[in-house]
Design a binder for this molecule. Structure first.
Ligand SMILES: [Zn+2]
Length: 398
């Protein structure tokens, strides 16, 4: 099983400056490679490939020994591959007939990760294994950087990345062959509804990852953004305001991710089987694309039920949650079932009557046939659980 581990770095001020230069040089390499692809395409209509650009790295490094030449060849290749991936995604979007956004130049602050694709190649995890109290990671051009290793690393370290979040630096290890940490069976099953007031509501009526605690930070972020808008360009005060906004953004992200991890962990700990709504790929973009049904109409795509909300933020939250949940479920040996979310929020869990009038408000469900009332998300979670168990039975019978 593949898994990643993320740790806070404790660089010296000299190392922090080197990390910043490392990121900055990789950003320049990315932008230069992008410009190269654009220019060649414009002039000659030829598509430059990753292999072409990788072959030029040797010369770039030789011409700039104190700049690009300082860093790991492999991490630079990884950066060129990242650009290649952006282009592939671009061409895929063109092919699919979607509105393609051309790969963009990365401005300062929009390039925060450098990856070393192989432990031992320009980088070394646990570079001072005999140190009595601390863990270090060695990064070419930066040195041995101290790591706040708050948990054990499992499996074999494959790739090592550094990541800047606001003023803090992290190291992310991607590990292979991570052994599963199976949990004892509980005999319990749960359906989960992914919603707005709470990220997750279970069929038992539990609300998890309630984002309300985020509201305080979000308010401070809004205030910091208003403050920033009033600052003159190029001033020292503006720079400070920008840093404050970035730090609060990072805090919101951390808090949200923390809530998501805790919710996923609680679900996996307490249940053997977890059923969730399948998120369609189209739901992951800002607008759900209508799918023709072949008879001149359109298939339901789940867009209506949750429209009018800030979908991109919600979808990103749900997507991240499901990714984390699936990792934890796999590791614990739990079963995860995805079901089609159609009608789960408008069907009565008591009598099965399905009507959109059943959903009185975002929070209240009242069946127009039998009068059953419930929290709308709990009602949906029960339907989701039933659909999942039915799928499971059908699979078992086949
Ligand atoms: Zn009913």
């Amino acid at each position: 099983m593949r898994r990643s581990f993320k740790f806070l770095l404790r660089p010296t001020s000299k190392q922090a400056a080197a990390l910043t230069r490392c990121l900055e040089d990789h950003r320049e390499l990315y932008n230069a490679a992008l410009e190269h692809r654009r220019a060649v395409y414009r002039k000659a209509g030829v598509t430059v490939r990753y292999g072409d650009q990788s072959a030029e790295l040797k010369h770039i490094r030789a011409d700039d020994p104190d700049g690009q030449g300082r860093w790991s060849f492999s991490s630079q290749q990884a950066t060129l591959r990242r650009l290649d991936k952006a282009f592939r995604a671009f061409f895929d979007r063109v092919k699919a007939g979607r509105t393609p956004g051309f790969p963009r130049f990365k401005g300062r602050g929009w390039f925060d990760t450098v990856e070393w694709p192989k432990d031992g190649d320009g980088c070394r995890w646990d570079s001072q294994p005999h140190h009595p109290s601390a863990t270090y990671v060695r990064l070419q051009g930066v040195g041995h950087v101290q790591v706040h290793q708050h948990r054990r690393v499992l499996g074999t370290v494959k790739t090592i990345s550094i990541k800047r979040e606001g003023a803090r630096w992290f190291v992310v290890l991607s590990c292979d062959d991570v052994p599963a940490e199976r949990l004892p069976a509980t005999g319990a099953v749960a359906g989960i509804d992914m919603g707005v007031a709470s990220l997750v509501t279970t069929s038992d009526g539990e609300h998890l990852a309630n984002p309300r605690y985020l509201a305080v930070t979000a308010d401070r972020l809004a205030a910091a953004q208003r403050d920033l808008a009033r600052k003159k360009r190029g001033g020292k005060r503006r720079r400070k305001a920008v840093a404050r906004v970035a730090a609060l953004h990072a805090k919101v992200r951390r808090q949200r991710l923390d809530g998501v991890h805790k919710a996923a962990l609680a679900l996996v700990r307490d249940h053997d089987v977890i059923v969730h709504e399948a998120l369609k790929v189209t739901n992951m973009t800002k607008r759900a694309v209508p799918q023709p049904d072949g008879n001149g109409g359109y298939l339901p795509n789940g867009a209506a039920a949750k429209s009018g909300l800030n979908r991109s933020i919600l979808d990103a939250g749900w997507g991240a949650f499901l990714t984390i949940l699936s990792h934890k479920a796999e590791s614990a040996g739990r079963e995860l079932i995805a079901v089609n979310p159609a009608n789960t929020s408008r069907t009565c869990a008591e009598c099965g009557h399905c009507a959109k009038e059943n959903r009185v408000t975002q929070a209240v469900f009242r069946c127009t046939a039998c009068g059953h009332t419930a929290h709308a998300d709990v009602n949906a979670a029960i339907n989701i659980l039933r659909a999942g168990l039915a799928l499971r039975d059908a699979a078992g019978a086949a």
